[in-house]
Design a protein around this ligand. Structure first.
Ligand SMILES: [Zn+2]
Length: 172
């Protein structure tokens, strides 16, 4: 988690974080993903935006609630926050061992899923949206695109060696 107010310089200065927040107008925040959930948050009234990367471990660890907390500490109101999640591997495709599903759904029941072929799965995006809902974020929308099912999107689980999708959020 990092609050930023200017572009990062050389790659050696870029911290390893799963979420970034800014109040700086015109500074675009980006999140790179290939199956993980790209989460973009904005309180247009307070002028605060955030971008987060929520994979399965990050969702369980609460990266999105942490980003939301950083925003509210800066003056954002959950009831005003607009949340959008981008293309991600869907719960019908994200197969995991039974024990992993049990572990994930013990922390976030909404992430319990089953693949279209009837085996244990997790829905990371469903988990992220449940977390946002509990924290009072009502204006939420989820991309209908499943990265694994769409040939137009990068998918790590499908291709292993692949590119990344970029999601951006900024204040005008
Ligand atoms: Zn899918």
């Amino acid at each position: 988690m990092a609050v930023v107010d200017e572009p990062w310089g050389s790659s050696s200065e870029i911290p390893s974080v799963d979420a970034i927040v800014t109040t700086r107008r015109g500074l675009a925040l980006a999140v790179l993903t290939a199956d993980c959930v790209p989460v973009l948050l904005a309180d247009p009234v307070a002028g605060i935006v955030a971008a987060a990367h929520a994979g399965r471990p990050g969702m369980i660890a609460g990266v999105v609630p942490a980003a939301l907390r950083a925003m509210t500490e800066l003056g954002a109101e959950p009831s005003r926050i607009v949340a959008r999640t981008g293309p991600t591997v869907c719960g019908r495709c994200y197969e995991v061992p039974e024990a992993m599903r049990a572990e994930v759904s013990a922390v976030e029941p909404a992430a319990y899923a089953e693949t279209s072929w009837g085996t244990p799965a997790v829905g990371v995006s469903a988990g992220v949206h449940a977390q946002l809902e509990r924290l009072g974020v009502r204006d939420r929308a989820q991309s209908p695109v499943c990265t694994l099912e769409s040939d137009d999107h990068f998918s790590y689980r499908r291709d292993r060696t692949t590119g990344r999708l970029a999601g951006y959020v900024w204040l005008d």
